[in-house]
Design a protein around this ligand. Sequence first.
Ligand code: BG6
Length: 476
Amino acid sequence: MTKSTLKDNFLWGGAVAAHQLEGGYNEDGKGLSIADFMTLGSHEHPRKLTETIEEGEYYPNHKAIDFYHHYKEDIALMAQMGFKAFRTSIAWSRIFPNGDENKPNEAGLAFYDKMFDECLKYGIKPVVTLSHFEMPYNLVTNYGGWSNRKLIDFFARFAHVCFERYHNKVKYWMTFNEINNQTNYESDISVYENSGVKFKPGDNKQKMMYQAAHYELVASAQAVQIGHAIDPSMQIGCMLAFCPIYPASSRPEDVLFAKKAMDARLYFGDVHVNGAYPNWLKAYFENKKWDLDISDNDLEILKHGTVDYVAFSYYMSFTAKYTDHWDYREFSDLVKNPYVKANDWGWAIDPVGLRYALDWMTTRWHKPLFIVENGLGAYDKLTDDKKVHDDYRIEYLRSHIVEMKKAVHDDGVDLMGYLPWGCIDLVSASTGEMKKRYGFIYVDEDDYGQGSMKRYKKDSFNWYKKVIASNGENLE
Ligand code: BG6
């Protein structure tokens, strides 16, 4: 047998997030989270962020795919595929229902104990995100989300409880999911999901985003220190949404603009890895004359809480064009890339961009990298004989794995694993739909929670099983 490109302990598996699959939104003492106030939307109509749970609206995260009661069956299916790792998040409001209590909710902690034990029973390593778009709603209404410094302490307490309780079961952690998505501050939903911040008319959205992000970065660095003090064998990483931004042309302004747009989206990684803000951003803050609350003590915490690895999601690349300003705005500066196709939700399909991402981050940060999301959201059809022929998904994943292997083999990238998103169908974060499916496992449920909830193996299930068994050598 020839030696495989990927290391022997490469972590193959899949990824999900608590609010998108667990359901049980008010069981066993769980408090309401921000996701519980997001209605069903679609590609055309954004999800609404309601103030209360309104009658006549449908909130898909309340039920999700009911993993809360199906986790044994679902993890058994993942084990059948040969998963080495399973990424999920701990719903913060199961542990601290309001986010600001002193004592955790034991029933919430017990659920994750059982679930992690179920993974470990099959030799599946849990990979856990502490905060994945699901902070307790009380922190929004009573504190203004991450615009309030107090959240640093609340998060530290939450992180401390989780590390203390699970450090023997969970060795791989991430602090904030896609922390950098909020640079898309024109989108209310992105900042709400990341930071629980709701804008009012007249707010300086950009400034508020940088402030909230700063508190999160400090909280993340503090969590890294807390975790390492509890158990130095835990690997604690950050998590970024990586979308390469290509220049629309070789016009120098386009090239510089695309570079600046990437810096703006990815400075979070600089802070997480280097423990300090990059020079361009310090100059930017100064030139804006903003009175941001960034203390010397915060900067010390950042310096001493650098991450062990960089985890990231990769779905698509962007292409940007310079117009009349240097502040990148996702809504107005992106143009269509004629060289790549897109999925039904307009997300560019660009496998080469994954190699670009891996190479770019290695050159910049020299850290182990971990692909913790990648995948194709698509409409799937369950046939009368209960099959799903998702060759389009296989093709998407295959082409990305090919590029991933080139990055390891040809570019010397230190890669920890590959965890495709939504390994079992779940609720879409952006639209709340069930019909935007990613899984190897089909869940018989529609956008309104109707269906038998039965699980079926898609064609991609058996394909992925072979990929894992061959450590990525057999992609046929
Ligand atoms: C990432 C998130 O943005 O992309 C996930 O971390 C999300 O929570 C995934 O589900 C895919 O996006 P969507 O909108 O298709 O669910």
